[in-house]
Design a protein around this ligand. Structure first.
Ligand code: FAD
Length: 511
């Protein structure tokens, strides 16, 4: 663009997955384009965002082309699995279970982000992207339609670079959104998370547990250990994600209005104490040791930017917003924001008018975040502790995800990633349906809690699915799930049809 070494076509702030994949895709499409990635850290440490799901799996494997790399360096993921407990469960095999009976049918991986992000950044560098690292961006001055100015500091030296386009991929730092007053906490969803990695977590599929609980072991014909296992509680859930090499990532996400993590000397010990209320993590962590120096706590997880793009800037990945880690939507969101950012900048580089695209970008992602939240996450923490309600929610949510979301890239290829979830006109109907049944399930959960019947099926039950396909046949599975939901409405939902109670009326949970 210019002979000045400090002037670029595109400068990307943050070199983790969102930033590096934006750089990689742009440099592949426009080999002569002058692109820089500015990354604060000297090395990527372990980070959350370790479970991919079907859309992010598609993005990593089919769009970025990483299938072989993922198979060699990470773990094939075997879907999601959920474990419930109540006062009748004293050991692992008594806990009710939701999950797959066999292996997963669509590709997804459990990834170590420290190595994955480095691989994508290195591929971007090899394809011509300049990586400036370690370098912290301090400030960005935006100029609509002009050159953007980025002030950074690298090894104690201050520098300024300019670019026609700035891509904010700074994750939770959300540099542009915070700097420009676009950053909004999602006040309806006050969640926090605490997590660490562990060594010597027991093998879900090993001989020890199979010897002690043979019936439990043979109930699942696939592999439990490489699934994302979820330990479920009232107002909280925990993930258990194995990583290549033997360590396991375990963390609790909780509604901080209702759940307190007990005090203790360290985050891992507080996590262990908290999880010991549930027989499954208690068993798995019996001999586990936390990985030194890996202790994390993050409050107020959910937020969103009110602007996503302008003529000269675009926000991708967590810098644009974050919903909730449940169902692992983070890298799906990343896949959509990155794909659209590449399209937006690409159109500009091809000499097209970007104004209409900028308008649609803001509209689509604003709608997508709002609807994604309302359809799936709003009040979901009321449902987590109840096997029966959660198994219906999961059955319906997953069926709808396969039918409406996963099917799109499978049928139409990567172009489908230009349409974020719930942003298109036909998605209005599934959005309303999902918001409706999830709201009703949350209402029923609160009603059960009030009547003292919450979690009564959390022991001795197993709901094992044969697995969904991104095909028409999934329609009959969704119908089955919907029939289960309707039966529940008739059996007990009527109790809360005309009751409107605020969440604050429910008793706090203090494990
Ligand atoms: C508790 C929890 C669990 C999660 N689990 C999952 C999961 O299982 N699956 C999933 O898909 N998602 C999950 N997510 C979400 C996932 O972590 C994110 O969606 C994903 O990591 C976003 O990647 P990113 O590249 O946008 O941001 P990040 O990975 O946060 O990267 C941002 C980068 O920007 C750099 N940076 C920041 N500030 C500056 C600056 N000023 N100058 C230069 N560089 C800067 C940072 O060093 C970093 O490398 C989880 C999130 C949380 C909070």
């Amino acid at each position: 663009m210019d002979s000045d070494t400090n002037i670029y076509d595109v400068v990307i702030l943050g070199g983790s997955l969102a930033g590096s994949s934006t750089g990689l895709l742009l440099s592949r499409r426009f080999p002569g384009c002058k692109i820089a990635v500015i990354e604060k850290s000297a090395d990527f440490g372990r980070r959350v965002g370790e479970a991919t799901v079907e859309v992010s799996g598609f993005f990593l494997s089919r769009v970025l082309g990483l299938t072989q790399y993922l198979n060699e360096n990470h773990l094939n993921k075997q879907g999601m699995r959920f474990w419930f407990s109540n006062d009748q469960t004293s050991q692992l095999d008594q806990c009710s279970e939701v999950g797959g009976r066999y292996l997963a049918r669509m590709p997804a991986w459990q990834v170590d982000r420290s190595t994955l992000d480095l691989e994508v950044l290195s591929q971007a560098e090899r394809s011509g992207v300049q990586v400036i690292r370690p370098a912290k961006v301090n400030r960005v001055r935006l100029a609509d339609g002009g050159l953007q100015t980025v002030d950074l500091e690298t090894l104690g030296v201050r520098r300024t670079v300019r670019a026609r386009w700035v891509v904010d991929a700074t994750g939770f730092t959300a540099l542009l959104a915070r700097q420009n007053g676009w950053f909004h906490r999602n006040a309806e969803h006050p969640t926090s998370a605490i997590w660490t990695r562990w060594k010597k977590v027991k093998d879900f599929d090993g001989l020890e547990l199979a010897g002690r609980f043979p019936e439990w072991a043979s109930a699942c014909k696939g592999v439990r250990g490489t699934a994302t296992n979820h330990f479920m509680g009232d107002g909280w859930w925990a993930w258990c994600i194995p990583l290549k090499g033997g360590e396991t990532s375990i963390g609790v996400v909780f509604d901080h209005r209702r759940v307190e993590i007990p005090p203790g000397d360290s985050i891992p010990e507080r996590l262990r104490t908290f999880l010991s209320q549930h027989p499954v993590p208690r068993e798995l962590l019996a001999e586990a040791e936390p990985v030194d120096g890996d202790a994390n706590w993050r409050s107020h997880l959910a937020y969103c930017s009110s602007r996503f793009a302008g003529d000269g800037f675009v926000l991708v990945g967590d810098a644009a917003g974050f919903l909730d880690p449940f169902y692992s939507p983070g890298m799906d969101w990343l896949s959509y924001t990155v794909s659209r950012a590449v399209e937006l900048i690409g159109n500009h580089l091809e000499g097209q008018d970007t104004k209409p695209l900028v308008g649609r970008f803001n509209q689509d992602f604003c709608k997508s975040y709002d609807r994604w939240f309302k359809a799936i996450y709003k009040d979901k923490y009321d449902v987590f502790g109840d096997f029966e309600l959660m198994s219906i929610a999961f059955h319906l949510d997953l069926g709808m995800y396969y039918a409406g979301v996963v099917s799109q890239p499978v049928e139409r290829g990567e172009r489908a990633l230009l349409e974020p979830v719930f942003s298109t006109p036909p998605s209005a109907v599934p959005f309303r349906l999902m918001s409706f049944y999830n709201r009703r399930l949350a209402r029923m959960a609160r009603d059960r809690r009030r009547r003292g019947t919450a979690g009564k099926h959390n022991n001795g039950r197993r709901f094992l699915l044969n697995g969904f396909l991104p095909e028409r046949s999934t329609g009959s599975d969704i119908l089955k799930a919907f029939t289960r939901y309707m039966k529940l409405e008739l059996a007990e939902g009527w109790r809360s049809w005309f009751v409107q109670e605020p969440l604050e009326n429910t008793p706090p949970i203090r494990p």
